[in-house]
Design a protein around this ligand. Structure first.
Ligand SMILES: [Zn+2]
Ligand SMILES: [Zn+2]
Length: 46
């Protein structure tokens, strides 16, 4: 397992994006490329 590439939200490998608000490294499924934030920041739930 590549620990550096794990999504901070779902835990799957292949995280490619960094949230501009919280700095989480997240995968494509957990990232909103329109707002440049992760799904947690997008929904406002911490
Ligand atoms: Zn994910
Ligand atoms: Zn975030």
């Amino acid at each position: 397992m590549d620990l550096m590439g794990l999504c901070s939200i779902c835990g799957r490998p292949g995280a490619l994006h960094t949230c501009s608000l919280c700095g989480r490294l997240v995968c494509d499924n957990c990232f909103d490329s329109v707002y440049n934030v992760c799904n947690i920041c997008k929904t406002g739930k911490q």
